[in-house]
Design a protein around this ligand. Structure first.
Ligand SMILES: *[C@@H]1O[C@H](CO)[C@@H](O)[C@H](O)[C@H]1NC(C)=O
Ligand SMILES: *[C@@H]1O[C@H](CO)[C@@H](O)[C@H](O)[C@H]1NC(C)=O
Ligand SMILES: *[C@@H]1O[C@H](CO)[C@@H](O)[C@H](O)[C@H]1NC(C)=O
Length: 365
C-alpha cells in the first residue's frame, strides 16, 4: 500500500493515488502512530491528502463593517470520523516582516489576539469550515491573511486578501511640498482619519484616474506617484502612464508628500450653513456649536468618494486647509475634473465657510 502510494506520488502524480487505494481498508490503516500521543496530536496521516483552500481568495469590506475570509479543510480520501485540528489565522502586513496572530482554535478552545481580540470569530458552518469572520473592520485590517490548519504532523495553509472599499488621497504638509519623513507621513495620515496607502490601493486609484505629480510615501516605505496623463513637469511626455516609483527611500532622511487611504465614515460630513464667513477659530467653534467637529481631510475625501458629496463652496478643515468636493465639474467651480479641490493653507484669519463632521451616534441623539 505504502509503496503504491509513494510511486504514484513520485512518478504519476497524486491522481493515481485513488486507484491504488482500496476503499475496503478501514481508515485506521492510514494512521501511523509515531509517538504514543493522546488524540491525534502526534499522528501522521498516511496516504491521506490533507487539503486546505479558500473558495474566495479575496474579500472586500468597508470600515466599520464585517468581512468573511473563507477557508476550509478536508481529507482525501474522506475520513469516517472527525479529527481534532488546530486552526490558526495570522495577518501578514503589506509592508512585509513577521505576521501577527489573529486567532487560534484547538477544538472548542478559541483565542484571538491583539487588536483582533473581540472582533474575530471562526464560522464553522459545516465540517472543515474555518472561515474567519472579522467585524468592526478598521483601516489597518487590510492585507493578507493566512489560514493554517494542522492535523497531527500534517499541515497545510492558504492565503486570503482583505481589501477595504475606500479612497486614496495625496496629502501635503502645511509648509509645502516634500516636507515629511516616513514617520511624519504616517502621523499626517492618522491625523486626517486615514492610514498610509498600500501600493495595491494606489494602483487601484491610478486605474480609476488618480493623476498626481508629486511623489508620496506608501505603507511599504517606498515613494511613488500615479500618472494617467504624462506631461512635462511629471517626467515628460515620453514616459507611459503608470505608477512611477522612486523605490524605497530612507525613512528619516528623505522627505516627500504622502498617499493616505481612508474608508467609509460612521458619520456625515456637511457644509455648515452660516450667516457669515469665518476665520479658522470661528469655524472650529461653529462646528462645535452645531454638535459636530470641524471635518478632517480624510473625512471630506470619504464623503466625496463614497457618499457623493458635491459642494461648490470652499470650507475650512481641521488641518487649516480650505477645500471643496466636486463630483460634477461646472463653471466657476474650479478645475474641469471631479475631485476634492484645495485652496491650500490660507492664513487662519482669512474668512471662509467650513465643513463639519458629525458621527452617527451624535446624530441619533
Ligand atoms: C494543500 O491543499 C491544497 C488545496 O487542496 C492542495 O492543492 C495542496 O496539494 C495541499 N498541500 C499539501 C502540502 O498537502
Ligand atoms: C456584523 O456582524 C454582526 C454579527 O456578527 C452583526 O450584528 C452586525 O450587524 C454586522 N455589521 C454589519 C455592518 O454588517
Ligand atoms: C477669529 O475672529 C475672532 C473674533 O471673532 C478673533 O477673536 C480670533 O482671534 C480670530 N482668529 C484668528 C485665527 O484670526
Amino acid at each position: 500500500m505504502m509503496v503504491c502510494y509513494l510511486q504514484a506520488l513520485l512518478l504519476l502524480g497524486v491522481q493515481v493515488l485513488l486507484s491504488c487505494w482500496t476503499p475496503a481498508a478501514s481508515n485506521a490503516f492510514f494512521y501511523h502512530e509515531i509517538l504514543t500521543g493522546n488524540g491525534n496530536k502526534d499522528v501522521r496521516l498516511n496516504g491521506v491528502q490533507f487539503h486546505v483552500d479558500s473558495t474566495q481568495p479575496w474579500s472586500i469590506g468597508f470600515r466599520g463593517g464585517n468581512a468573511t475570509l473563507t477557508c476550509r479543510y478536508w481529507y482525501q480520501p474522506e475520513l469516517s470520523s472527525p479529527r481534532r485540528v488546530r486552526i490558526k489565522w495570522s495577518w501578514l502586513p503589506a509592508v512585509g516582516g513577521r505576521g501577527t496572530d489573529v486567532l487560534v482554535a484547538l477544538g472548542s478552545d478559541i483565542r484571538s489576539f491583539g487588536d483582533f481580540r473581540g472582533r474575530v470569530r471562526l464560522r464553522q458552518d459545516f465540517p472543515g469550515d474555518s472561515a474567519l469572520v472579522l467585524s468592526e473592520l478598521q483601516l489597518k485590517d487590510t492585507g493578507r491573511y493566512r489560514c493554517e490548519v494542522v492535523d497531527g504532523l500534517e499541515d497545510n495553509s492558504t492565503l486570503v486578501d482583505l481589501q477595504l472599499r475606500g479612497v486614496v488621497f495625496p496629502y501635503q504638509h502645511p509648509r509645502g511640498r516634500y516636507h515629511m519623513s516616513f514617520l511624519g507621513a504616517q502621523e499626517a495620515c492618522e491625523e486626517q482619519d486615514a492610514t498610509l496607502a498600500t501600493f495595491t490601493q494606489l494602483l487601484r486609484s491610478w486605474k480609476e484616474g488618480l493623476n498626481w505629480c508629486n511623489a508620496g510615501w506608501l505603507a511599504d516605505g517606498s515613494v511613488q506617484y500615479p500618472i494617467t496623463r504624462p506631461r512635462l513637469p511629471c517626467g515628460g511626455h515620453g514616459l507611459a502612464p503608470g505608477v512611477r516609483s522612486y523605490g524605497r527611500r530612507h525613512a528619516h532622511l528623505h522627505r516627500y508628500d504622502v498617499f493616505c487611504f481612508t474608508s467609509s465614515l460612521q458619520g456625515r460630513v456637511y457644509y455648515l450653513q452660516h450667516s457669515y464667513k469665518l476665520n479658522l477659530t470661528e469655524a472650529q467653534q461653529a462646528c462645535q456649536e452645531d454638535g459636530a467637529e470641524i471635518a478632517k481631510v480624510g473625512q471630506l475625501y470619504a464623503a466625496w468618494k463614497l457618499s457623493g458629496l458635491d459642494r461648490c463652496a470652499a470650507g475650512w478643515l481641521a488641518d487649516g486647509s480650505v477645500r471643496y468636493p466636486i463630483i460634477m465639474p461646472r463653471r466657476n467651480c474650479g478645475p474641469s475634473d471631479p475631485g476634492v479641490h484645495s485652496l491650500g493653507f490660507p492664513p487662519p484669519q482669512h474668512k471662509h465657510g467650513v465643513y463639519c463632521y458629525k458621527t452617527s451616534k451624535t446624530e441619533e441623539e
